[in-house]
Design a protein around this ligand. Structure first.
Ligand SMILES: [Zn+2]
Length: 193
């Protein structure tokens, strides 16, 4: 593994935690590298990543090293096998998770960046670390940059880690704006009655 890869993961992992997009102990990221997936190990702290916490697992099938890798490795693998993604980031951003419990089917952003870059953020079902979640997330990411596992967290994909990071930021920003607008509308409607 090149130094650049784990250093980029370390920088973006710290940015994700510092921005409140996930807590240190939850979340994972990976890149596709030839016939391998380079992914953060299970239990790693996203804001303290070093080269020892990146595991290389087979792209096309489960392997022994899967036991060392993130519990969401099967989801990352399914995304790479089904889509053109080169990088995947999974986080637990609070507004996205809250809104996934309030909306049905998908979140339709109302802010300009969200409408332009994401268009729609599908809400998918499946228990974490399962093949069902892997199938649903990979299907959703065929035509979308981000999706939300209901009540759980966001999966974002891109051409690079930076790209997946950007989509994660936009997704949570859109969810936050929509949540605030919904709450304002709700309070206004209560006052009017
Ligand atoms: Zn998760």
């Amino acid at each position: 593994m090149t130094i650049e890869i784990w250093r980029e993961m370390a920088i973006l992992g710290k940015k994700l935690v510092d921005a409140g997009l996930t807590t240190s102990r939850f979340g994972n990221m990976s890149i596709r590298s030839g016939d391998l997936i380079l992914i953060t190990e299970t239990g790693s702290m996203l804001d303290q990543i070093d080269e020892r916490q990146i595991v290389d697992v087979d792209l096309t099938q489960t392997c022994l090293k899967d036991a060392l890798a993130s519990t969401e490795t099967c989801v990352h693998r399914a995304i790479y096998l089904r889509t053109n993604a080169k990088a995947v980031i999974h986080t637990h951003p609070p507004y996205s998770i809250a809104l996934s419990l309030l909306e049905e089917g998908s979140i339709n952003p109302v802010d300009s960046e969200g409408m332009h870059f994401l268009g729609e953020i599908p809400i998918v079902y499946g228990i974490f670390g399962t093949e069902k979640l892997a199938e649903n997330v990979s299907l959703a990411l065929l035509n979308h940059k981000s999706c939300i596992a209901r009540g759980h967290g966001v999966f974002s994909q891109g051409e690079s880690l930076k790209d997946a990071y950007t989509m994660t930021c936009i997704s949570e920003h859109s969810a936050k704006i929509k949540y605030l607008v919904k709450m304002f509308e709700k309070i206004s409607s209560v006052k009017a009655t």
